[in-house]
Design a protein around this ligand. Structure first.
Ligand code: AMP
Length: 282
């Protein structure tokens, strides 16, 4: 596995592969790998001749009061994992090489980016889209892999690629979870033992909504009320950011679960802000 650090090196390597008729798959990440990342990488490897994994804690997607500095990092361990998962290139750029001091071009999908996580993180998806488009352009990837854990992110990236005619196939993978249901996240490391003990309730609350829908409940307000009641009892350390039932592609709020809908939430638990989601099938 090659470790490349400048955008130019990445582009040269990928252009060489493409000129030789080879295909490239890309897995963008911020590192501190867990089994969810590994699954994305192995899937990426199966999609193309060459796998590029990017590891970049993208400052543009963190707000001023957020955890950019504290975001967990372990590049030595991550390098070993990316290699074991079949990466041909691990791209680890410096911020200064990704963003010129006078960087001033942003990619945004405001209608989708202002919903859900965008309510409390207004510049987040603009930062994501901008860096993801840069990575698409540099790598010339034929396919890219994203996780459904960040549902809103994959939906926005798909819309961006469609709107801008980016010739890339976006594939998604199911959320990897701990045995007790907690979605794997690099940020789970922030949890104290007491918070960790309550954290599976995020998943269990969404699961309750899913069970209610499969038994015939269609009213999103009743679903929300039931989950919030449950969390008030069993997730007392949590502070709700949002819990919404939305159209899985447009992310518009739905007022009846007549077709598959997405229950998505963000919950502050101690220092961590955890997100999760689940599709509800009527
Ligand atoms: P991150 O490093 O957190 O920015 O995530 C990089 C990629 O891994 C994104 O496409 C995420 O959606 C995906 N990812 C993160 N956590 C999980 C998980 N628990 N299961 C599946 N994919 C995940």
């Amino acid at each position: 596995m090659q470790i490349l650090v400048t955008p130019q090196e990445l582009n040269e390597q990928c252009r060489e592969w493409k000129a030789a008729g080879r295909t490239v798959a890309l897995v963008p990440t911020m590192g501190y790998y867990h089994a969810g990342h590994e699954d994305l990488m192995r899937h990426g490897k199966s999609l193309a001749d060459h796998l590029v994994v990017s590891l970049f804690v993208n400052p543009a997607q963190f707000g001023p009061a957020e955890d950019f500095e504290a975001y967990p990092r372990n590049s030595e361990r991550d390098t070993a994992i990316a290699g074991a998962c079949g990466a041909d290139v691990l791209f680890m750029p410096q911020s200064g090489d990704m963003y010129a001091p006078d960087h001033g071009t942003w990619v945004d999908v405001p209608a989708m980016a202002q919903k859900l996580c965008g309510q409390s993180r207004p510049a987040f998806f603009r930062g994501v889209c901008t860096v993801v488009l840069k990575l698409f352009l540099l790598s010339q990837a034929d396919a890219a892999v994203f996780g459904n854990k960040d549902w809103q992110q994959q939906a926005i990236v798909k819309r961006m690629a469609r709107d801008l005619n980016v010739p890339i196939r976006i594939e998604t993978r199911p959320t990897a979870r701990e045995d007790d249901g907690l979605a794997l996240s690099s940020r789970n490391v922030y949890l104290t033992p007491a918070e960790r003990a309550q954290a599976p309730e995020i998943y269990l609350g969404l699961k309750q909504a899913q069970d209610m829908v499969s038994r015939g409940e269609k009213d999103p307000e009743l679903l929300r009320a039931a989950v919030l009641r449950r969390w008030a009892e069993r997730l007392p350390l949590g502070r709700l950011d949002y819990l919404s039932v939305v159209h899985p592609e447009t992310l518009e709020t739905v007022n009846c679960v007549a077709a598959p809908a997405l229950a998505a939430c963000a919950v502050h638990l101690g220092k961590a802000r955890l997100i999760d989601n689940m599709l509800l099938y009527p």
